[in-house]
Design a protein around this ligand. Structure first.
Ligand SMILES: Cc1cc2nc3c(=O)[nH]c(=O)nc-3n(C[C@H](O)[C@H](O)[C@H](O)COP(=O)(O)OP(=O)(O)OC[C@H]3O[C@@H](n4cnc5c(N)ncnc54)[C@H](O)[C@@H]3O)c2cc1C
Length: 332
């Protein structure tokens, strides 16, 4: 019996690298014979040749690029297109990468099919004898893994929070890539009128795949001081990640947030500058080989998991690290 898994994805700024991890993960978890994984990539611009060449290597049965000028920052065209494609493909499961935008789309698609939707899962359990899915998802600040069952659902919808793209491996194949012009039916073209576009700058932080992450918390005191974190990240070829309060205060985009309601990362080295070490944050940092924490409170929770703890002012320490690593890197 054929078991069809449909993966809708959105082509963003030419970055398709996370799809490799997703497919490698799905492939390792759903090993049933007759499995068919179908990728539809939605875009309003031409997909770059280098990305097409990468897509061709993925362990999937079919790759379709769906082009339409309406695919932008507005959900409805995607919702209509994905609904249409589900009606054609008739998948057993719809699985995608966890991003706020795709979650917002798939929640509404799932509702159209009266199906359940499991979001931000970290693992899939597939029972080959019953064809039933369940998912694991961190709960209670990452202290337990809750098992999520999608009951009485003709199609299972889920998004996965996957880790480092470098960790995945799959046998590369040479797939064909089909490009279709997606017609979107029944769309009300004037349901949303674009008055002004304020584009957030493209974030090229690679938080999920970074080997070194400079974590910054409220102890940094001032938005201005974040520049030292970026400077250090630049020297060490690292990424910057923050705690939730910094996002809530509007200091940085949510793309930088690490933790239960942010990104799950897996660096080898994690710096924590002015971070308390709350479970909601720490559950997102993976298991780094080295944690270096700076906090002015010697009893801070973060010191319980840090390999090296420095009782000091976070900004002062950041500036010193910049100075030291700058001279070290120069000296190499
Ligand atoms: C449902 C839910 C989901 C959540 N999800 C997330 C999440 O995804 N990610 C996340 O990060 N949080 C999340 N939180 C919030 C989380 O519980 C913590 O409140 C948050 O992580 C604390 O951030 P912080 O350590 O930067 O700030 P604080 O708790 O305010 O800690 C600041 C730290 O800086 C130290 N400090 C102060 N001044 C200095 C200085 N001058 N130099 C050095 N150190 C200094 C303090 O001693 C303190 O330890 C969530 C909360 C809830 C309820």
């Amino acid at each position: 019996m054929e078991h069809v898994i449909f993966v809708p994805a959105i082509y963003h700024i030419g970055d398709v690298s996370q799809l490799g991890s997703l497919f490698s993960f799905i492939d390792s978890r759903i090993t049933i014979k007759g499995k068919k994984i179908i990728l539809y990539l939605y875009t309003n611009s031409q997909v770059k040749d280098k990305d097409i060449n990468y897509l061709k290597t993925l362990p999937v049965s079919q790759i379709v690029i769906c082009e339409n000028k309406l695919f932008s920052g507005w959900e409805l065209p995607y919702i209509d297109a994905i609904t249409q494609h589900i009606n054609i493909i008739k998948p057993h499961a719809v699985i995608s990468i966890s991003s706020d935008f795709i979650k917002s789309i798939l929640a509404r698609v799932a509702a159209r099919f009266s199906c359940g939707f499991a979001v931000d899962c970290t693992d899939i359990i597939f029972d080959e004898s019953t064809y039933k899915y369940s998912f694991l998802k961190p709960a209670y600040a990452g202290n337990i893994n809750a098992e999520i069952l999608v009951k009485n659902s003709s199609i299972v919808f889920a998004t996965l929070k996957i880790k480092n793209a470098d960790e995945c491996s799959f046998e590369t194949i040479d797939n064909k890539v089909e490009v279709i012009n997606t017609l979107i039916e029944n769309i009300e073209p004037f349901a949303v009128k674009v008055i002004e576009k304020n584009l957030a700058h493209d974030i090229d932080n690679k938080l999920e795949s970074a080997k070194i992450v400079i974590g910054v918390g409220r102890g940094i005191k001032d938005k201005e001081n974040l520049k030292y974190a970026f400077e250090l990240a630049n020297i060490l070829n690292a990424a910057v990640g923050v705690t939730r309060p910094l996002v809530d205060m509007g200091w940085v985009d949510k793309e930088y947030q690490i933790g239960q309601s942010g990104k799950i990362i897996s660096p080898q080295i994690y710096f924590a500058f002015g971070i308390s070490g709350a479970a909601h944050h720490v559950c997102g940092i993976g298991s780094p080989k080295l944690i270096i924490a700076v906090n002015k409170n010697r009893d801070a929770q973060i010191f319980k998991i840090a390999h090296y703890g420095i009782v000091a002012d976070a900004t002062h320490a950041l500036k010193s690290f910049v100075k030291i690593f700058k001279s070290k890197v120069k000296g190499c």
